[in-house]
Design a protein around this ligand. Structure first.
Ligand code: G
Ligand code: G
Ligand code: MN
Ligand code: NA
Length: 254
């Protein structure tokens, strides 16, 4: 069996799962959302992380199928949580290739229609800023069409790509996500701190929301608050968790 065949089988056997990592507002302590992160519950190898299997299907039609599964599963979960009175948005990660697929918009429309109880602004798409956003015209067009459906866009890993400012100007993003590599080292590295400050200033100027990822300690959180970035995600708040753990986590978070 090739790796590809194994992944096809895994989809069929429902071995993929989404974990959810909370996002909070550090100023108000509200839970403002969660990021869906794919895992493979492998029958013999245990829980595999995306780095173990997503590279195998990069640029293969299977990556589109996995991407569609992620969106459908996140919407299903949003619907279930809504039924429980838990109304927080979920973001999913979208590769550049998936976004450029001809069927992307049609699939998203269909998936949203299958979950009319879920307001479309509760689904957020994290586009990897560092990935090859090669056909900017096409990507910008698809993003605008998806925005018209009501979904929101985050530029993920912001600062790690080579044309961040071009992307910001041309793409209809609602939120910038500061990459964890800058956040992690900002307390020791004055250059990383300068980058974090710069990205926050950019977001303020352009009236975009800003969220920091990789917030591992209280010191990181305090620094971000003092710089004007109050939305955060990271191991210091919570690790990604299975969907059945999230409602209790939210209830116990204060
Ligand atoms: O959760 P973890 O730290 O293992 O994720 C590693 C990387 O995998 C992150 O960069 C994340 O964006 C990516 N990733 C996680 N889930 C998905 C997914 O559903 N689709 C895509 N394309 N990337 C994902
Ligand atoms: O590229 P993306 O932003 O989608 O990556 C998210 C990844 O970062 C997930 O795999 C998640 O597990 C990981 N992650 C989330 N919070 C932290 C953190 O505080 N520290 C580290 N090292 N990784 C984190
Ligand atoms: Mn992400
Ligand atoms: Na990131």
């Amino acid at each position: 069996h090739s790796g590809l065949e194994n992944i096809r089988q895994a989809l069929e056997n429902k071995e993929f799962v989404l974990f959810y990592q909370p996002k909070i507002n550090m100023a108000t302590n509200e839970v403002v959302g969660s990021e869906a992160l794919i895992r493979w519950q492998h029958p013999t190898r245990g829980l595999l992380s995306p780095a173990d299997f997503l590279p195998l299907i990069e640029n293969h039609p299977l990556s589109v199928m996995v991407g569609e599964w992620v969106i459908e599963t996140a919407l299903k979960q949003l619907s279930i949580w809504r039924g429980m009175g838990l109304n927080i948005p979920v973001s999913v990660n979208i590769g550049a290739r998936q976004l450029q697929e001809d069927e992307f918009e049609a699939h998203l429309t269909k998936a949203l229609e299958a979950h009319r109880d879920v307001p479309s602004h509760c689904l957020e798409l994290e586009v990897l800023e560092s990935s090859a956003l090669e056909d900017m015209n096409k990507i910008s067009r698809v993003m605008r069409a998806c925005c018209a459906l009501g979904v929101r866009f985050l530029l993920d890993d912001f600062g790690t790509g080579h044309s961040s400012l071009t992307h910001l100007r041309r793409l209809p993003a609602d939120v910038i996500k500061i990459d964890q590599s800058f956040v992690r080292d900002m307390l020791e590295d004055s250059e990383d701190l300068a980058i974090v400050k710069g990205v926050i200033a950019l977001a303020v100027t352009l009236k975009l929301e800003i969220i920091a990822e990789g917030v591992e300690t209280k010191a990181h959180g305090d620094m971000l608050i003092s710089l004007g970035c109050t939305l955060a995600q990271g191991y210091g708040i919570a690790r990604p968790m299975p969907e059945d753990k999230l409602p209790n986590w939210v209830k116990n978070w204060h």
